[in-house]
Design a protein around this ligand. Structure first.
Ligand code: TXA
Ligand code: MG
Length: 496
């Protein structure tokens, strides 16, 4: 059995121009061809489209077929094979069985082409595409192209949202998409939400690292986070939100540039420090007049925030100063025993903490490099201060020099400059090295030299090396561009 990607047509593969009756009205998105080429290496491709214009009499069935043939011929010329195009010609009031989100056509594909729906995806710009996935036991990805931005607010629960076909394809091919919440998985989230609502503490997954959280409005729960982590009270927490309204409740005002970044990167690994609303307890923000806010891109985290009914304040689920957990197994047993609930969400897709930007400093400043590259942020809001003078103030204690550290001493050095002699040394390197035999154990973050992959592997590799009881971990520097900035930041801090 094979997996497939079921693509919506208008607003996803081609621009949405209303009821398209003629090939001359077809405009492919510039990224469609390259994205589908990548996808078809691993997936069969189908198009599933609702064409109510036929029932409404604005276009004919022949028109739609001509347009579809034009679309598939154009793609075929580029070497892309669309296995089948499914068209529902009805309008919703016809109550047919084939209109999306009914799973009729996906069931046809499953039996006609031997498709494994549980490993398949639906990509589309309408909530009905996401519901189609749910109804068929597949995974839905909502894109903001076409009518996506307009309909985004109608989405509920655990939906993966991407700007367009290209990022949706990347997301599918990267794997690591969080599992769909199965009926089994909704139990722990519900229980954890009950606990948080009652002022308790829970460990939960995000796309960056695991967090240890409490409701932002429950000071007792928040205080316990500090105790459990052995974290100084002067180190403020990040408030995790699930929607724009939550931000309004936490921030006194949201500058226009912060709105632009939120629109582009949320949900995602970006934290913004904004002027705080008086209702937030001081213990969350360490008494600062500002609050750090982020919308995590993980269905379990978003679900947990929604079910709790308030934002969740959470630092990473490690002891203060230690290496962050990018999977549940990294969370120290002592921490797991102390909290009231633990929710598993699999390995974290990003693997390193969020990028933190402060809007409470002039100019706007980078407080911590992380899962979104600075270059991408500057593309949207212009230059920001990369090395702000914050070390003397309590503004960003996460910037403490020693942090993210394994218990084994870590030094930054090129592998060929290291004298290992009678020391048991482990090596953490970005790509392969010429002298692996000098080391007890070698962790290569990305054989292909890809920063995203390297970031995702960083903490797991550090945790593995740290477990070997070595005398020293040697970490090779990597370039300080894109996500490399976050990797180097963590390694430098880990080396103290
Ligand atoms: O990806 C992440 O950001 C993860 C996940 C769980 O969301 N969280 C995380 O939290 O890394 P934590 O507490 O380990 O790091 C938060 C950083 C700290 O360095 C803290 O000093 C800084 O954010 N921070 C929080 N509130 C701040 C504020 N009002 N002003 C300046 N810095 C702030
Ligand atoms: Mg941390």
């Amino acid at each position: 059995m094979q997996p497939a990607v079921f693509l919506d047509r208008d607003g996803t593969v081609i621009e949405d121009r209303g009821h398209i009756g003629h090939p001359s009205d077809v405009t492919f998105y510039p990224e469609t061809v390259s994205s589908l080429k990548q996808l078809q290496k691993q997936f069969q491709l189908f198009i599933v489209t609702n064409q109510a214009g036929i029932a409404e009499g604005t276009i004919t069935r022949d028109d739609v077929e001509r347009v579809n043939r034009y679309v598939t011929d154009h793609l075929a010329k580029q070497g892309i094979n669309i296995t089948a195009v499914y068209v529902c010609p009805h309008k919703r009031s016809d109550n047919c069985s084939c209109i999306k989100p009914n799973p009729h056509f996906l069931h046809s594909a499953a039996s006609d082409y031997d498709i494994d729906l549980s490993r398949s995806y639906v990509v589309g710009d309408h909530p009905c595409d996401v519901h189609l996935a749910e109804n068929a036991g597949a995974t839905g990805i909502f894109v903001l192209s076409g009518h996506g931005s307009k309909h985004r607010r109608e989405l509920s629960g655990n939906v993966v949202v991407e700007p367009g076909i290209k990022r949706a394809a990347n997301r599918i091919l990267e794997g690591g998409l969080p599992d769909r919440p199965s009926p089994r998985a909704s139990g722990p989230v519900d229980r954890a939400a009950d606990i948080l609502r009652a002022g308790g503490v829970a460990v939960f997954p995000t796309e960056t690292v695991y967090g240890i959280g409490a409701s932002v409005f429950e000071p007792d729960g928040i205080s316990r986070i500090f105790e459990i982590k052995k974290r100084p009270l002067m180190d403020p927490l990040i408030a995790h939100v699930a929607c724009d309204d939550d931000v309004g409740a936490l921030a006194e005002n949201v500058p226009e540039k912060a709105r632009l970044l939120a629109r582009r990167f949320w949900p995602g690994p970006l934290t913004m420090v904004l002027p705080k609303d008086d209702r937030i307890p001081d213990v969350v923000t360490a008494g600062l007049p500002s609050v750090a806010i982020r919308m995590p891109d993980h269905p379990v985290a978003l679900d947990l925030i929604r079910r709790t009914g308030s934002p969740i304040a959470a630092p990473s689920a490690n002891f203060f100063g230690a290496t962050s957990p990018s999977r549940l197994a990294h969370v120290d047993g002592e921490i797991r025993n102390e909290v009231d609930a633990v929710v598993d969400g699999g390995p974290c897709r990003v693997g390193v903490e969020s990028t933190i930007i402060s809007f409470c400093q002039k100019p706007i400043a980078l407080l911590r490099p992380g899962g979104i590259a600075v270059e991408e942020i500057e593309e949207i809001i212009g230059d920001i201060a990369l090395n702000p003078e914050t070390k003397s103030e309590p503004a960003a204690p996460g910037m403490l020099d020693s942090h993210y550290a394994p218990t084994t001493p870590l030094v930054m050095q090129q592998s060929d400059e290291v004298a290992t002699e009678d020391r048991r040394a482990g090596l953490l390197t970005f790509q392969e090295v010429s002298n692996p035999e000098k080391f007890e154990s070698v962790e290569i973050l990305s054989p292909a030299g890809d920063f995203r992959e390297a970031t995702r592997n960083l903490y797991a590799a550090l945790h593995r090396l740290d477990a070997l009881d070595l005398d020293v971990i040697v970490a090779e520097p990597c370039p300080v561009t894109g996500l490399g900035r976050a990797i180097m930041d963590r390694l430098e801090r880990a080396s103290g």
